[in-house]
Design a protein around this ligand. Sequence first.
Ligand SMILES: [Zn+2]
Length: 343
Amino acid sequence: MKFAIGIDLGGTHTAAAAVSHDGTILARAERELSDLEPDVVVDEIDRAFNEVLGALDSADCVGVGIGAPGNIDEKTGSVRFSPNFHWHDVPLRALLEKRIKHPLHILNDARCATLGEYLYGSGKGVSEFALLTLGTGIGGGFIAGGKLVIGAAMGAGEVGHHVIRPDTGFVCGCGKIGCFEAQASGMGLLRHALALAPSFPRSSLLTRKPPERWGTKMIRKAVMKGDEHASAAWQRFLADLALGVSNIIAFMNPAVIALGGGVGQTDKSVLAQPLTKLVDALTTMVPKGMTRIVSATLGNDAGMIGAAALAQAGGVSAIAHSLDGVPRQSSASATLAIAKSPR
Ligand SMILES: [Zn+2]
């Protein structure tokens, strides 16, 4: 069976999977990243790749897709800038081509996850779709007209850095104040809880762990149990998430917005349902209730599966949405459209 290998490059580990054309994972491997120096990262990608390839017939491998952090130069496959990795102009594809002899394609990791969720997860059955991964930051991606929107410089989907609270917000890692990701990521939830702590001296969060050891899972559990401090933090988080989501609806009018990352898996009675009400109240020109807000379904596999789909399709130009009035057509993109399963 033919397959592509999808590789997801995270801040603490890199994961690789061989994926068939219908999105099934045939083999997988994971390597820890002790260091984010490009040479070390390339070594570990190569090891994960070879472990997966060694489990299957390498002649069946049609290509390799890599979901990498930051902004990617489409022509050279270099990572122009990744604040999380502290990378500037790292020639990732050139470094990997010395090791990996299959066709290599590189795309931002959140866009890969968007592609994975769209083809095989929460975006199945629609052609207008957005993914927001709520983790340390907010990664995102858009599908419009059944194609991935990449933008003029591969920067479309960087929704984490649109400002929603310029006056009262938290300072973002990018240097601006009140970015969507500073307010409504998993880290944003923690910051809301910390900011509110002085008002809740009897908070169950404070009695359980010192604030520097709080995590979003613990806060979400406390919300489910009705803890007042956690619930107040959650309301602020939801209000900020709703602002960003309603902006995205105004920009893109997606049929489905999927929430990924750990926070995105929160029970819908606490997340999707109240969020939908808040978003409806903020939605003016687009008819209310037209966007379904759901949890992403592929978890951490979305990035690898999407990266493999990128390789199956034959690269970024085959999956990209062109806004210049000349839709890019290729047999690869046609295959991708047909391969998408109905809901
Ligand atoms: Zn920012």
